[in-house]
Design a protein around this ligand. Structure first.
Ligand SMILES: Cc1cc2nc3c(=O)[nH]c(=O)nc-3n(C[C@H](O)[C@H](O)[C@H](O)COP(=O)(O)OP(=O)(O)OC[C@H]3O[C@@H](n4cnc5c(N)ncnc54)[C@H](O)[C@@H]3O)c2cc1C
Length: 386
């Protein structure tokens, strides 16, 4: 039997291997990864300082242990360079191997901030455990950190660094952080709470260059101001890894396009996780990924099922001002119903018919997440749902 080949050893790749093994002991599975295949939980990278976890402690398993546990073959430090969908073959260097079914779980790349300056090369992003190891190395002996981008990842790192005693500056190009997830008022509360913890905000501002300085570096902003800092962390966004699929002739939009069976435009190639655009949506979060993994595991084990998504709230890990968001993407015109509750804020978004379409909960109001999530419509209902 030709193996199922999974490319990628993140939560999606390992999650699928686990799901498949649970259902079928007989399937030959090979997992190929460009990195060392270490098992870790990526969301923990942005809370590890306050959890007193080093990069080494965050590593839960080696590839060898996981290969034995899951009964799969794992090839580490091996980059897939091309896919020949006609021949059902992958090329890695001079080697070619064939697959029965192929699953792309390639993740996403940090967006390059495109900065000028003689220290632009020192700007880093943290998108995996190896990046995090390097980040912690750079933090040793540093005190001043500048973060570019006030999205989910930037805000979480700012929170973690501020609580761990670092001097944090945030540079964000919009009027308020998390502008696609939060109404202005709730975002301003976060800014206020973080400011009280020493975070300095520069909004709406963009970094244009990074220069060497006598000590550390200087971040030049688009108004000419220069920020003195030791480490610059860029968190301006992620872009699904689509190049491999695109050069194989598979359909690609914002991500690798798949249907509700997780099939790409080739029936024997599937995609899951951060690289995938599933039924038109790119959702780079754990809960959709786990839902995809369960569905594809069932399909590859021979069941007839399709993907559906319930409403999936996302917790933003900013304990300085805890936040949970769900539902509709936020736009400036929306009319939020915002209420102060004891120790927190509840913001709800209703459509013209009075149906709840989204919410943002802050502080003590985050405990309402389960009740409110039940009132939201499914993000991707079953086709035959009433
Ligand atoms: C700091 C941080 C905090 C987060 N916090 C949360 C959170 O609190 N809640 C939440 O829901 N989500 C969170 N997320 C998002 C979540 O972690 C991701 O959605 C998820 O981990 C993505 O997993 P993945 O397997 O799709 O991709 P990845 O983990 O990026 O794995 C991709 C894999 O593909 C391999 N690869 C890529 N190209 C090739 C190739 N050509 N050949 C071979 N191998 C290749 C890579 O080496 C890697 O092993 C966070 C993300 C970050 C960065």
């Amino acid at each position: 039997m030709e193996p199922i080949i999974i490319v990628g050893s993140g939560m999606a790749g390992y999650g699928l291997a686990r799901e498949l093994r649970k259902r079928r002991a007989d399937l030959p599975i090979t997992l190929i990864t460009a990195d060392d295949g270490a098992g870790y939980s990526k969301p923990m990278l942005s809370t590890a300082l306050t959890q007193h976890q080093s990069a080494e402690q965050l590593q839960q398993n080696t590839a060898e242990t996981l290969a034995a546990q899951l009964g799969v073959q794992i090839r580490t430090h091996t980059r897939v360079e091309a896919i020949d969908v006609e021949a059902h073959a992958l090329r890695m260097g001079h080697e070619q191997i064939t697959y029965g079914k192929l699953v792309l779980a390639l993740g996403a790349d940090p967006v390059n901030p495109g900065l000028a300056g003689d220290a632009a090369h020192t700007v880093m992003s943290v998108n995996d455990l190896n990046d995090y190891r390097e980040f912690r190395h750079r933090l040793a002996g540093s005190q001043r950190i500048t973060i570019l981008g006030g999205g989910l990842i930037g805000c979480e790192f700012a929170n973690d660094l501020a609580l761990a005693g670092y001097e944090v500056q945030m540079v964000h190009p919009r009027e308020w952080p998390l502008e696609r997830l939060l109404p202005a008022m709730v975002a301003h509360e976060l800014v206020q709470k973080m400011t009280e913890r020493g975070v300095v905000w520069h909004m709406p501002r963009k970094a244009v260059a990074v220069w060497q300085a006598a000590t550390g570096v200087q971040v030049e902003l688009d108004n000419g101001e220069r920020l003195q800092t030791d480490v610059v962390l860029s968190a301006i966004g992620l872009r699904p890894r689509t190049a491999l699929a695109q050069s194989a002739g598979l359909s690609v939009g914002r991500g690798i396009q798949v249907d509700r069976q997780l099939h790409t435009s080739d029936a024997d190639v599937c995609a899951i996780g951060d690289c995938a655009e599933v039924a038109g949506m790119v959702l780079p979060f754990v809960q959709p990924l786990l839902t995809q993994v369960r569905t594809l595991g069932a399909i590859l084990a021979g069941e007839v099922v399709e993907l559906s998504y319930p409403a999936m709230p996302v917790t933003i890990k900013t304990p300085i001002w805890p936040l949970v968001v769900a539902g509709a993407a936020v736009t400036a015109e929306q009319d939020w119903q915002i209420e102060q509750v004891e120790g927190g804020t509840r913001a709800r978004l209703f459509d013209a018919g009075g149906q709840l379409q989204g919410f943002a909960l802050a502080g003590a109001a985050t405990k309402e997440r389960t009740v409110l999530a039940k009132a939201l419509p499914a993000l991707l209902p079953l086709n035959n749902a009433p």
